[in-house]
Design a protein around this ligand. Structure first.
Ligand code: DGL
Length: 271
């Protein structure tokens, strides 16, 4: 047993998709979340900048003596394997492998769509991992840069016209290609789950990278005897690098619970 917290980070709200799933699957775990809202988006930046930010985010979480770090950001996750020398001295996981594994299991015909940030799609990592597991799979990728600002602006209600229009624009070629499974390869996108599902006429299996990484974390902690000794009542604390107000509003809408007492602002450049 290990009663230290789990550290989770993303550039903003997206990693909450992992937090929500972690709280459902592991209600006894304490969670410390960092959302780099002052420097979002990551997905349009160079690899060097993304890795520099990720390194600071991880060092911040390590000040809480976390037992594991969840890189709840597809963009950072897609850089980790291809960055020699990148080291974290606690167990950690990104979202790519858990999400790719789920897609390979769930896909009926091997026609798998992947949506993510520009950096994630440009890296080609999802395709490489999926074909490593299921060599005959056909992978159709598309970068969706407008979806992150739409989520951060809180435009996530299923009937929001801007969200619907943007989703339609980005998913049209994948729908046309006849995908049977779609990986939401940026953790922000599951906040638009209903909009995406509706656009695809509820005919495509959606893989939520936040939920899949949470499942992976549960398995990892259980198999390494690192679970918290309590089975419920885990705490959660949120830190952001910009003002807390906008974050709280959308986070509460998505998580379905009040969090304003647990959110603080941190100066990430001082870490
Ligand atoms: N949620 C992130 C991801 O999964 C980052 C989005 C961004 O900062 O561009 O890719």
């Amino acid at each position: 047993m290990d009663n230290r917290p789990i550290g989770v980070f993303d550039s903003g709200l997206g990693g909450l998709t992992a937090v929500k799933a972690l709280r459902r699957l592991l209600p006894g775990e304490d969670i410390v979340y960092f959302g780099d809202t002052g420097r979002i988006p990551y997905g349009t930046r160079s690899r060097e900048t993304i890795i520099k930010y990720a390194d600071q985010d991880i060092r911040f979480l390590q000040t809480f003596d976390v037992k594991m770090i969840v890189v709840a950001c597809g963009t950072v996750s897609s850089m980790l394997n291809v960055t020699p020398g990148f080291q974290v001295n606690v167990p950690y996981t990104g979202v790519l492998v858990p999400a790719a594994q789920a897609a390979c299991v769930l896909s009926s015909g091997g026609k798998i769509g992947v949506i993510g940030t520009q950096a994630t799609i440009r890296s080609g990592e999802f395709g490489r991992i999926i074909r490593g597991i299921r060599p005959e799979a056909q992978v159709f990728g598309n970068a969706c840069p407008l979806l992150v600002p739409i989520v951060e602006a809180g435009l996530v209600q299923p009937d929001n016209p801007i969200a619907r229009e943007a989703v339609a624009m980005y998913l049209a070629p994948l729908k046309e290609a006849g995908i049977d499974t779609l990986v939401l390869g940026c953790t922000h996108y599951p906040l638009l789950y209903d909009v995406i599902n509706a656009y695809l006429d509820y005919q495509v299996t959606l893989v939520d990278s936040g939920s899949e990484v949470a499942r992976y974390v549960r398995g990892y902690l259980a198999s390494h005897n690192l679970l918290n000794s309590q089975s419920s009542g885990g705490s959660f604390d949120f830190y952001v690098s910009d003002q807390v107000d906008g974050f709280i509003k959308t986070a509460e809408f998505f998580l379905g619970e009040a969090i304003s007492q647990q959110v603080s602002q941190v100066d990430i450049d001082r870490i």
